[in-house]
Design a protein around this ligand. Structure first.
Ligand code: HEM
Length: 310
């Protein structure tokens, strides 16, 4: 009987795990492989400044490099299929700092811990004989890690977004915010499209091309910038801050802390050099104890090294 996962997770075996499921595609990110670069601005506001002293909330308009993506490591993933979408951003802040982030269109991540995520991936590696994952391995991993459930249930019940611009994106991980007075609190963030979410009816999915998201976004931004509210959800004492498979209760205070405007869809070169390591944070925002954060920082660098090397 093989251990689940086969060994403790680390930056390298997590990327190997992604390659095991999706294959190795030259030049492509090992997750969020299908995607498109974009550019825009972020303007933070006073409500944000009351929560964090980060210069993102100074009120100045900040240039932002963005990447929208389809979850997983398949660069040809069908865009009319179920699954999570991603919104990654690099804020170039007025004080010279950067803030990097990669968010998903679900309030939860796949697994609570790097070991759990490695187990998830290992169980889905196709068997060389059948070219399909072994259902017994998937069941064994799910039995050991019940935390896989929230995201899977979310994806099953949530429709396919009609646009990269018409779905909410969540940080899923919690972060620690400190304001100018030294007050510290935990928060998660969301990007909420100001024109609302839009999903494709299940019976209309087949009428959509497998490749429509980048052109759809290009069409929108050529008319008018696409805007998202940047919303901070504030933790209360006792809320879980180290487990991205646990959403906080809906009644937690939400504060609109800024506005993201997507102004253009850009060439691949504009964002391919960036790995959106979520621990590149400005003064005034720190990581939480969530073990996914450090694992992400390492894996993103490994993936970037592999994709830029070949
Ligand atoms: C241990 C957990 C995780 C691992 C091992 C992992 C791994 C990766 C890797 C290897 C990449 C490609 C990086 C690159 O080549 O630049 C990636 C991209 C991405 N990840 Fe994760 N990830 C994890 C957790 C998360 C979480 C919690 C979120 C969000 C809530 C997330 C959202 C994304 C997004 C949106 C991208 C695409 C970024 C882009 O457009 O460049 N990941 N992930």
């Amino acid at each position: 009987q093989t251990a689940i996962p086969s060994e403790p997770a680390n930056a390298v075996n997590l990327v190997d795990g992604l390659e095991g499921v999706f294959g190795t595609h030259a030049g492509a990110r090992r997750s969020g492989a299908r995607g498109v670069c974009a550019a825009g601005t972020f303007t933070g506001n006073k409500s944000g400044a009351a929560i964090s002293k980060a210069s993102a909330f100074s009120g100045k308009e900040i240039p932002v490099t963005l990447r929208f993506s389809v979850g997983g490591g398949n660069p040809n993933a069908p865009e009319n299929g179920k699954g999570v979408r991603g919104l990654a951003a690099q804020f170039d802040l007025p004080n010279g700092e950067q803030w990097l982030m990669a968010n998903i269109s679900a309030p939860f991540f796949t697994a609570a811990t790097p070991d759990g995520f490695l187990a998830f991936l290992e169980a889905r590696k196709p068997d060389p004989a059948t070219k399909k994952p072994d259902p017994a391995k998937i069941a064994a991993a799910a039995a050991k890690y019940p935390d896989f459930k929230p995201q899977m249930e979310w994806v099953a019940k949530t429709g396919v977004p009609a646009s990269y611009a018409a779905v909410n994106y969540w940080s899923a991980n919690a972060f620690k915010f400190t304001n100018a007075a030294g007050k510290t609190q935990f928060a998660k963030w969301m990007f909420v499209p100001v024109t609302g979410q839009e999903f494709i009816a299940d019976d209309k999915l087949a009428t959509y091309s497998k490749v429509f998201l980048a052109d759809e976004l290009k069409g929108r931004v050529s008319q008018i910038p696409v805007e998202f509210d940047f919303v901070l959800q504030l933790a209360q004492a006792g809320d879980v801050t180290d487990n991205a498979t646990v959403a906080w209760p809906d009644d937690r205070k939400k504060v609109v802390a800024g506005r993201l405007k997507v102004t253009s869809v850009t060439d691949k070169e504009a964002c391919d050099g960036i790995n959106f390591n979520p621990l590149v944070l400005p003064t005034g925002i720190e990581g939480s104890e969530d073990p996914l954060l450090a694992a992400r920082a390492g894996s993103y660098a490994v993936s970037q090294g592999r994709r830029l090397a070949k």
